[in-house]
Design a protein around this ligand. Structure first.
Ligand code: CAA
Length: 380
């Protein structure tokens, strides 16, 4: 067993850490307050190659491994989880899906621009009545020979208004249930494609979340990903990798809050000494450190599984389930360690606590991860 990271992996982690400090930290509180999308920062992340990390250079990406990707996700998420979810969706749900299952034409037309960060993408599965129950798609894509006509509504779409390219899951043949679902590439501006209102959110407020409305949108057949009826499997396969990215995001939120709490405990005094000298605080830090380290191992193991061609549905689901719980627990404790200051925006931990919650919800709630995990362990 080799726990050593390569020089290249360490360098990219360092680059992400520097970027987070110099480019994401300034203004993060204001962006959260105003629900402002980090446009400039996303542009710079594209230039650094963070938006197409696992995509091969041939298609405009950085050609790195999943281990490097999760380390970048952790570093960015320590500071700004709104920025990191943009990275996660573009990498795991959009670029990976297109490179793995798209046609050469689709890769040339869309992937190159997405992986280089020239544009960003969105993944559109959730609906008002199809969140966890993702096979119950009400959005339809009716086959009209050389094109589909798409109608319906998608909800809670990350990058909803900022994306240019949308991977939309829709039902073509309801009789075939999930085997009659397709994944289609839609472009912003297609007639009948409307962006709904922006959601007012508890956390990751800099990320741009919208509903999408489709009214008779004509989508050419060459924009279908994979064979007819492959859409649901496409979504499941893509989400399996996406969950590793969100697990890394949760890990970053937890470690960011932990680092802030540790530093604070070394300077804040109470009862005549720095609060880290009180066992009540020191033991909290011990628990946080231990849980974060365990989460990090699970995230890296899932990433390593993906890089080594192993099944990663189970390790990814476990990593997300555990890391998101650690994110929640750690951020709550980080606020507690900060006391009154923890409740104040300028200390950052209250934002991290709000941001942590979404990691237990999107890309499959914790309950969905338990379905995936229990089905996997019970099948043997
Ligand atoms: N890989 C390949 N195929 C898979 C798969 C996987 N990981 N998981 C399921 N499938 C296949 C099954 O094999 C089955 O196909 P067959 O009939 O050919 O065998 C088919 O998919 C249906 O599977 P199930 O019978 O297991 O379906 P189900 O309805 O019982 O449950 C579920 C599936 C796991 C609960 C699924 O619905 C699910 O993952 N739900 C959560 C959806 C989700 O994660 N949404 C997140 C939205 S995206 C988002 O949040 C992005 C963002 O903006 C940040």
């Amino acid at each position: 067993m080799d726990f050593k990271l390569s020089e290249e992996q360490l360098l990219i982690k360092e680059a992400a850490r520097d970027f987070a400090k110099t480019e994401l930290l300034p203004g993060v509180i204001e962006r959260d307050e105003k629900q402002e999308f980090p446009t400039e920062q996303v542009k710079k992340m594209g230039e650094l190659g963070f938006l197409g990390m696992m995509t091969s250079a041939e298609y405009g990406g950085s050609g790195m491994d999943t281990v490097s990707y999760v380390m970048v996700m952790e570093e960015l998420s320590k500071v700004d989880a709104s920025a990191s979810v943009i990275v996660s969706v573009n990498n795991s749900l959009v670029c990976w899906g297109l490179e793995t299952y798209g046609t050469e034409e689709q890769k040339q037309k869309y992937l190159k621009r997405l992986a280089s960060g020239e544009i960003i993408g969105a993944f559109c599965l959730s609906e008002p009545e199809a969140g966890s129950d993702a096979t119950s798609q009400k959005t339809t894509a009716i086959d009209k020979g050389d094109h589909y006509i798409v109608n319906g509504t998608k909800n809670w779409i990350t990058n909803g208004n900022s994306a240019d390219v949308y991977l939309v899951i829709a039902q073509t043949d309801p009789e075939k249930k999930h085997k009659g679902i397709n994944a289609l590439i839609l472009e912003k501006g297609m007639p009948g494609f409307e962006i709904g209102p922006k959601e007012q959110k508890l956390g990751i407020r800099g990320s741009d979340t919208h509903s999408l409305i489709f009214n008779d949108v004509k989508v050419p057949k060459e924009n279908r990903i994979g064979e007819d009826g492959f859409g649901f499997k496409f979504a499941m396969k893509t989400l399996a990798g996406g969950r590793i990215g969100i697990a890394a995001q949760a890990l970053g939120i937890a470690s960011g809050a932990y680092e802030l709490a540790k530093e604070y405990s070394k300077v804040r005094k109470a009862f005549g000494t720095e609060i880290c000298n009180h066992q009540a605080i020191a033991f909290k830090l011990a628990d946080m450190h231990t849980q974060i380290e365990a989460a990090r191992h699970m995230v890296l193991k899932a990433a390593w599984d993906k890089d080594n061609g192993n099944d990663y549905d189970l390790s990814g689901a476990m990593a997300k389930l555990y890391a998101s719980q650690v994110a929640m627990d750690t951020t709550i404790e980080a606020v507690q360690i900060h006391g009154g200051n923890g409740y104040v925006k300028e200390y950052h931990v209250e934002r991290l606590m709000r941001d942590a919650k979404i990691t237990q919800i999107y890309e499959g709630t914790s309950e969905i991860q338990k379905i995936v995990i229990s089905r996997s362990v019970l099948k043997d």
